[in-house]
Design a protein around this ligand. Structure first.
Ligand code: HEC
Length: 126
């Protein structure tokens, strides 16, 4: 096989690598900036309920909590009970020796921060 790489090719490849490295850098910091702006004034109904609905109702809904050891996470009062037991946020990281929730795949760092911030803001029913 006759592989001919000219000086121009090498420069092109180098520029490509540089551009892709730079662009991934800048998108990371944009995302960080975005997250810092977003994660405050958390709404129970607009952010927490959808998050729990998607990630926890599979096992912890009112209609069916058999797969979640009978623990219901539907409704503010039921979630508040778990917060007061120091379990709602803690299970998301498996803190205090609790089983990690959801069992099949941890939430993203941003999702966990949203829950944490909501609790910091007083876990309001807002
Ligand atoms: C695939 C089913 C499943 C999903 C999805 C799931 N859980 Fe669980 N959860 C369980 C089971 C089973 C238990 C009881 C056994 C255990 O603690 O490991 C449990 C227990 C818990 C407990 C009580 C822990 C304790 O030790 O008292 C909390 C709080 C909890 N889950 C929160 C959540 C939250 C919050 C989510 C969503 C982010 C979630 N779970 C998603 C199955 C699930």
């Amino acid at each position: 096989m006759n592989l001919k790489i000219s000086k121009n090719n090498i420069i092109q490849i180098f520029v490509l690598i540089l551009v892709s490295a730079l662009s991934s850098c800048s998108s990371d910091s944009e995302e960080d900036l975005f997250n810092q702006v977003e994660i405050k004034d958390i709404s129970f109904s607009e952010q927490i309920v959808p998050l729990v609905e998607t990630n926890c109702y599979g096992c912890h809904s009112m209609a069916d909590s058999a797969n979640g050891a009978g623990i219901v996470l539907e409704g503010y009062d039921n979630i508040k009970t778990q917060i007061e037991a120091n379990k709602f946020l803690e299970v998301l990281t498996g803190a205090n020796g609790l089983s990690l929730m959801p069992p099949f795949g941890q939430l993203s760092e941003t999702q966990i921060q949203i829950v944490e911030q909501w609790i910091t803001e007083g876990a309001q029913n807002n």
